[in-house]
Ligand binder design. Structure first.
Ligand code: 3H9
Length: 718
């Protein structure tokens, strides 16, 4: 126990003394974000310490669960909307820290991210808990480090690592930071006493160095640096396609190698400002807060009791079932994996084994981890042990009759209180629940393929799903490493329901004369991970074809429907699985353009009386993306989601929508809903009733409002 002589400060920052060591503690829960009050109070504490001759060393530490997770991201919105002036930021404080005349040790636990790492780098020494993480994640918010991070980091860790950390935004471990020289010492056990002891040790020796900003040893030479920056830019162009912040971060680190610290900081400030005021940064910040917002369900308060999920059963060992079993096993949950017959079970298990092997090969898992996870998956052909599990996820073939039969059996086999979930991607959860005597226990958990990779989990609420079951699934999604979004029950739920009109328009465009390649290219260039035709081939064109056949009786007569994909299926072209769909595929599943398909589809279209014309990439993008937006607006209006941001998070995490555009609803807000509404009205006139504008879109456009404002209105209502 350290005897502390407590001296001063306020709520956010406290200054205490342990004999001759001053301790400055930041206390701004939950993550000690550097809001303006915090920065000011640290500055006051530093000034006080500077005047205290009894102080031989200073420790700067974070209270609570973490050191400092960065600048307060909420402040950025205030600056860009003009509510707050952009001031000098943290730079003056960091110079003040660097210039203090006592050795200052920064003690890091949890995260030192963004401004948190910049603050730490201004200290003279850094010690860390072994499980701490350090990083400059700003690019993930569409900005770059804005408090000297791009200038101090290369001086500490060298140019290659600094470029990687600032441009890619991924954190490093305390161990790596120690190796790189970013951290001076790791402290096992209690951090504060360790940091105090360390600070006394160094105070007794001559000061190693005081000002990192004057160091140049690790800044390299221009000839070597040129190739580092060229490689980083090339990587950014492919891995962070379309994003401006990674390139700005590289420019800023490059400035560190060419200019003085002060000039480098000026370059950083200019680039930071450009990024901060960009649409990309606003969209990425929306995505950051959105991901946290979707976890909050207005009518399921966070105090709602949850049920334990320590063991599960998965019914169906196909691609989805196998992937879902891996998701649970990876989170340490034991899984019973059931199939109807031995060959199907063997095939499923072999696919899981292969998947783990390739993860080990790619370095994602260790051999030991993979073996332990595999042991958690127990194959079975019967429902005998289902009475012991806490939850079942059904992942059998997509057909209502079969699903109902399975749920009837689950109802008999499972204990009261067990959660019965379906991985259906389109079917009515209430009808599935009607096959049981406990509809309150039934819910949809719609995983996305490949289930062990994709982050999205659509949690589908039936009309009887209990709040405990909903709260449990929302919490479970976090444990499984997924982003869970609660949606209502309608055909296709949110993601697939919206994807229907999107892919419909893509097909219409080809049927009207656009080439397959031009449609895919326009949407790829917009930022989608893949074009819609290539996505169809990947998912299997036959999936939609079969569903359309099942639902044909529900379609309105006289409304134009796309036909090309069904005709391709009739020819056995199901996509990648048959090595032919919209494209041809080689043995490595690489797409090859097939001009015959373009010719065939255009011929069919002429025969059907569809006039052929040239289509611009702008029209291609508007038709496909606004089809998403209009359907999203209807979903919002019907109350299938609480907020527009729920739709955005679904599209960012499950459908390859570019994060720097914030999701379809945010993108529409950015374009301006009046403009979007006008364009949709034009399409309505040209293409008929499928394009009827959603009433809420019309209303918001007329009122000059945004979907995001509707979020707020609804949050107030809830
Ligand atoms: C920056 O530093 C720029 C600098 O260069 C300086 C320029 C001048 N600000 O994620 P969680 C909230 S840019 C405000 O659920 P976890 C979050 O919204 C910043 N709020 O917890 C949530 O609120 P709520 C660079 C923040 O344990 C609550 O805290 N830094 C901030 O799963 C809990 O968060 C980053 O990009 C913030 N900086 O994960 C790091 N951070 O409860 C961003 C969090 O109301 N943060 N909140 O929903 C993270 O990556 C994670 O929050 C972290 C904790 C890993 C730290």
């Amino acid at each position: 126990m350290i005897a502390k002589e407590f001296s001063a400060m306020d709520d956010l920052v406290q200054l205490a003394k342990d004999k001759d060591v001053a301790i400055i503690t930041i206390n701004n829960p939950p993550v000690n974000a550097l809001s303006p009050g915090v920065a000011k109070a640290i500055g006051e504490a530093i000034a006080q310490v500077g005047h205290d001759d009894g102080v031989k060393a200073v420790v700067l530490i974070g209270g609570g669960r973490t050191f400092v997770a960065g600048a307060d991201i909420k402040e950025f919105g205030k600056i860009t909307s003009g509510k707050t002036q952009r001031g000098a930021g943290l730079l003056p404080l960091l110079l003040q820290i660097e210039d203090v005349r006592r050795p200052l040790v920064v003690a890091i636990h949890g995260s030192a991210f963004g401004g948190g790492l910049e603050l730490a780098m201004a200290g003279h020494y850094r010690v860390a808990a072994p499980n701490a993480q350090l990083g400059q994640p700003e690019v993930k918010l569409g900005i770059i480090p804005g408090a000297g991070g791009t200038q101090r980091l290369p001086r500490l860790v060298g140019v290659t690592k600094a470029v990687e950390m600032c441009a890619e935004g991924n954190p490093i471990t305390a161990q790596e930071a120690l190796k790189l020289g970013l951290v001076d010492h790791l402290i096992e056990g209690d951090l504060l006493p360790g940091a105090i002891a360390f600070s006394r040790e160094i105070a007794a020796k001559p000061l190693r160095k005081t000002r990192e900003r004057n160091e140049k040893d690790k800044l390299g030479v221009p000839e070597q640096n040129a190739s580092i920056f060229a490689a980083a830019r090339e990587k950014a162009h492919t891995k962070q396609r379309g994003m401006m912040a990674p390139l700005a971060a590289i420019d800023a680190v490059e400035a560190a190698t060419r200019l003085s610290f002060e000039e480098g900081c000026q370059v950083e400030q200019k680039l930071f400002g450009e990024c901060l005021f960009s649409d990309q940064s606003k969209a990425l910040i929306h995505a950051f807060f959105g991901e946290r917002e979707v976890a909050k369900v207005p009518d399921v308060p966070k105090e709602t009791p949850t049920l334990p999920v320590n063991s599960v059963a998965v019914v169906g060992a196909g691609t989805m079932g196998g992937g879902i079993a891996m998701v649970f096993a990876n989170a340490g949950v034991s899984v019973l994996l059931k199939e109807a017959d031995q060959p199907a079970l063997d095939r499923g298990l072999a696919a899981i084994q292969k998947n783990y092997q390739s993860s080990v090969k790619r370095g994602r898992f260790t051999q030991q981890f993979a073996e332990e996870r595999l042991k958690l998956i127990k194959p079975t052909l019967s429902y005998d042990d289902f009475g012991k599990v806490d939850m079942v996820v059904e992942a059998v073939f997509e057909g209502m009759a079969l699903k109902k039969e399975v749920f009837g059996q689950l109802d008999r086999a499972c204990r009261p209180g067990a959660i019965l979930a379906s991985n259906t991607s389109t079917l009515d959860i209430d009808e599935i629940a009607s096959a049981t005597s406990r509809p309150g226990a039934v819910i949809g958990t719609h995983f996305f393929s490949p289930a062990n990779i994709m982050r999205l989990l659509e949690i589908v609420r039936g009309k009887a799903s209990s709040k405990e079951v909903i709260a449990t699934c929302m919490q479970l999604s976090k444990k499984l490493g997924k982003v869970g979004v609660l949606v209502g029950n309608c055909r296709g739920f949110v993601g697939n329901r919206m994807f229907g009109p999107y892919r419909r328009e893509a097909q219409f465009l080809v049927e009207e004369g656009a080439s397959i390649e031009s449609v895919d290219k326009a949407l790829f260039d917009f930022g989608m991970a893949m074009g819609p035709m290539a996505t169809g081939d990947l998912a299997g064109l036959d999936v939609g074809w079969r569903i359309r056949k099942e639902y044909r009786h529900l379609e309105k007569t006289g409304v134009r429907q796309p036909f090309a994909e069904d005709r391709l299926c009739e020819l056995g072209r199901y996509g990648q699985k048959t090595a032919a769909g919209w494209y041809k595929y080689d043995e490595n599943r690489r797409p090859i353009l097939d001009p015959e398909v373009d010719e065939m589809v255009h011929r069919w279209a002429r025969e059907a009386g569809i006039p052929q014309r040239k289509l611009s990439s702008e029209e291609i993008v508007d038709r496909c993306i606004y089809a998403l937006v209009n359907e999203g607006a209807r979903i919002l209006e019907e109350g299938i989601v609480w907020r527009a941001v729920d739709i955005d998070i679904i599209y960012l995490n499950g459908y390859g929508f570019p994060a720097y555009r914030g999701g379809p609803m945010w993108y529409a807000d950015t374009v301006g809903l009046d403009k979007v509404y006008r364009r949709i009205s034009e399409f309505h006139q040209q293409h008929g009733e499928l394009w009827e504008p959603a009433p809420v879109l019309k209303r918001l456009a007329e009122e000059g409002k945004t979907f995001a404002e509707l979020n707020r209105e609804q949050a107030v209502m809830a």
